[in-house]
Design a protein around this ligand. Structure first.
Ligand code: UD1
Ligand code: MG
Length: 478
């Protein structure tokens, strides 16, 4: 039987160097708050419960975390004053009163830790059989980090940079701040930590010496890039770039072509099928699912939408909470707003906006249209400049177009209104009444041709300019 696992994620810090009104852990990195990443990793590992220690802007941080993980086994603990990392973990004790097992400790501002690394830590802990295991790393410049002190190869303690002797500062192996600790040891040991050190803080790292006195402290080494935190916005951008590159590489290895990975933004959690191609400057965010053999052109933004196999999305098209069926052709410059639902082989062209609009198989709106609150059947042709007048200033109303309907250019459909199967609407019509199936609706002022009108106008203009010039002649003579 594997031991049960809980996690504590430290999210109490203010992050002074961010120079922000917003708590550091809420600053977004590829669409999610910083602290969502370590929380996701803990949840992936099966940790339950996962306790976030909050302090600075506690309410906002808690609200944001709950919103991101609505169904996760979350708990929250408040650290009133920031008195050090040991004090932060200790604040989680009452939230884990009923828990017995292993506690994974992560920092809320370290977003790039990989699940594989945490799984390796768990395996090393299991094998070592001690009460505490940790992740170490070798940064290019170890200044500021806690040093991992070993005797005969075994971890004996961690010494913080500020407390270290010049000799200890020569050590390049540093503490990454990721630990796995037996709860039976953790709470008792935390109660014995004192703040008699260079920073007057309660150091979580003091646990290591206490654990080493009881048995082996297992360690695994991770790449520095994975363990690097965020202290300012330059580091935020650097971690985001690294994450972007990691996600993009993963999709490319999975069979997705990225024309320019450096400008492609794909959030964690987006799924993309093989042989799909993404142009430069494409953003895929939220719970987006893209099928196979899809082409998404330059500059498209796709948020929380699904795009089925074989669809082509031409450049600069924006989708938000839309569902697109197979083999559709969208764009360039289409805008699909929430509630857009397209069946197979639908075509939406340039400057076509849809909202809460369902279009059946093979229907087309190729140029300049607004289709809002619309139920459109299959094989419908919506002409250029067609607009659903769905809003009367108070309420939204539905427009229904049956199968095979033909809507002429520059039509206004004043909802609520229905056009029956196979009906035609003449160009320029303002449709205010239902159109029965199979009929033609036209509402236009009859056209009048005034023959010879141009010649007569020219003659009038010539005459008036003659009299006008004789007047100005007089004026200049006077
Ligand atoms: C810590 C480690 C150090 C390690 C380094 C790796 C200690 C004493 N030292 O140092 O060995 O090399 O991380 O990055 O742990 N926090 C709270 N409440 C507090 C204090 C901190 O929630 O009272 C949170 C911070 O918001 C941050 C994390 O804990 O997310 C780490 O705290 P920080 O002060 O940055 O520790 P370091 O000095 O970097
Ligand atoms: Mg730090």
């Amino acid at each position: 039987m594997t031991a049960s696992l809980a996690a504590v994620v430290l999210c109490a810090g203010k992050g002074t160097r961010m120079k922000s009104e917003k708590a550091k852990v809420l600053h977004p990195i590829l669409g999610k708050p910083l602290c969502a990443y370590p929380l996701m990793r803990a949840l992936e590992l099966g940790a339950s419960p996962v306790v976030s220690v909050v302090g600075h802007q506690a309410e906002e941080v808690e609200r944001s975390i709950r919103a991101h993980f609505p169904t996760a086994p979350l708990r929250f603990a408040l650290q009133k004053e920031q008195r050090g990392t040991a004090d932060a973990v200790r604040s989680a004790e009452s939230a884990l009163k009923d828990f017995n097992g292993r506690v994974l400790i992560l920092y809320g501002d370290v977003p790039l830790v990989r699940s594989e690394t945490l799984a390796a830590l768990a395996a090393a802990h299991e094998k070592g059989g001690g009460v505490l295991s940790l992740v170490s790393t070798v940064p290019a410049d170890p200044t500021g980090y806690g040093r991992v002190i070993r005797e005969m190869g075994k971890v004996v303690r961690i010494v913080e940079h500020k407390d270290a002797t010049p000799e200890q500062r020569q050590v390049r192996e540093c503490n990454a701040g990721i630990y796995l600790v037996e709860s039976s040891f953790l709470w008792k040991a935390l109660a014995n930590i004192r703040s008699s050190n260079a920073q007057g803080e309660f150091y979580l790292t003091d646990l290591v010496e206490m654990a080493a006195a009881q048995g082996p402290v297992a360690s695994i080494e991770a790449e520095f890039g994975e363990t690097a935190g965020v202290n300012d916005r330059v580091e935020l951008a650097a971690r985001a770039k690294e994450l972007q590159s990691r996600i993009n590489t993963w999709h490319m290895r999975n069979g997705v072509t990225l024309a320019d990975p450096a400008t492609t933004y794909i959030e964690e959690g987006v799924a993309i099928g093989s042989d799909t191609e993404l142009g430069p400057m494409v953003t895929l965010s939220g719970a987006t699912v893209v099928g196979r053999n899809v082409s998404i052109g330059q500059g498209c933004v796709v948020h929380a939408s699904s795009v089925a196999d074989g669809t082509t999305v031409k450049p600069y098209t924006v989708l938000e909470e839309a569902r697109v069926g197979e083999r559709c052709i969208l764009g360039p410059f289409s805008r699909l707003r929430p509630g857009t639902d397209l069946a197979e082989e639908v075509h939406l062209g340039n400057f076509v906006e849809t909202k809460k609009a369902r279009l059946g198989r093979g229907s087309k709106a190729n140029h300049l249209a607004y289709l809002g609150d619309a139920k459109i059947g299959s094989k419908v042709n919506v002409g250029a400049g067609t607009i659903t007048c769905n809003y009367d200033g108070v309420n939204k109303h539905v427009t229904e177009l049956g199968d095979g309907v033909f809507i002429g250019s520059d039509t206004q459909l004043v909802a609520p209104v229905k056009v029956g199967d196979g009906a035609y609407v003449g160009a320029g019509t303002t449709v205010t009444k239902d159109v029965p199936s199979g009929s033609l609706a036209v509402s236009r002022t009859p056209q009048v041709n005034l023959e010879g009108w141009v010649e007569r106008k020219k003659a009038r203009m010539a005459k008036s300019s003659e009299t006008g010039s004789s007047k100005s002649d007089k004026a200049s003579a006077g």
